[in-house]
Design a protein around this ligand. Sequence first.
Ligand code: ADE
Length: 238
Amino acid sequence: MAHIPTATGRLPWRASVLTLFPEMFPGPLGVSLVGQALEVGLWSLALHQIRDFGLGRHRAVDDTPAGGGAGMVMRADVLAAAIDHARGTDADLPLLYMSPRGTPLTQARARALSTGPGVMILAGRFEGIDERLIEARGVEEVSIGDYVLSGGELAAMVLIDACVRLIPGVLGAEASLADESFEDGLLEYPQYTKPREWENRPTPEVLMSGDHKKIAAWRRAEAERLTRERRPDLLSED
Ligand code: ADE
C-alpha cells in the first residue's frame, strides 16, 4: 500500500486490526473529530478478517484447550498466517494483543504510540489465544482495565481513539490537550460555563475575576484536591 502524505505533510498514522468481526469497525471511530480525521487521511484503518486464514471447510480458527477446560482457544497457526499476511504491508507497526492480562494502557503509552507509525492490533474472542503465538510473533499484551470484555474489538477501539486524538491536526484546539486529565499526572480541574448562576449554584467567583494567575492557581489546587480524593495512586507514582 502506498502511503501518501496528508495535508499536514505527515504520513497517515496507521491502525491495522485483525478480527473475526471487521463489521464492528470503524463504528465509533467513524464519527466526530476522529471520524473526520479518518476521512481526510490523517489516519488509516486496515481490517483483516482472521476467518480468511481459518482451516478446512468451516474455516476453523479455534479449538479446545490443551489440558481440558471450558471454552475455546484461538489457534497459533491460523493467527500467525493472518499476522504474517497483515505484516506484508505494515511490517513496521508494533503488534499488540488486547487482553485483560496485558500491561495497563496509560495516557503516556497512548502518546508514545501516537508519535510512532501506528499500531497493529490482534482482537481476540473466546477464552484466549495459544501462548506460542504470543512468544513466536513478539506480541505485546495490552489491557484497557480490570474487567473482562467479550472480545478485543472494543478494547482496540479504545486504544485507537486514545492515540488518534493526539495526532496533530485531529483535535481543533491543541491547547485543550495540555490541560486535560493525566497530561500532568493529575485529574482535570472542574469546568463551568454560562449561565453564571444555575439552580442557586454560582460559578466560583475566582473564574469571573479575569486574574489569570489566580485562576491558574485555583485550577491547580482543584486538580490536586480531586486527584488526592479520587486517585491517590496517581500522586504516589514517579
Ligand atoms: N479483552 C477482553 N477484556 C479486555 C480488557 N479489559 N482489556 C483489553 N482487552 C480485553
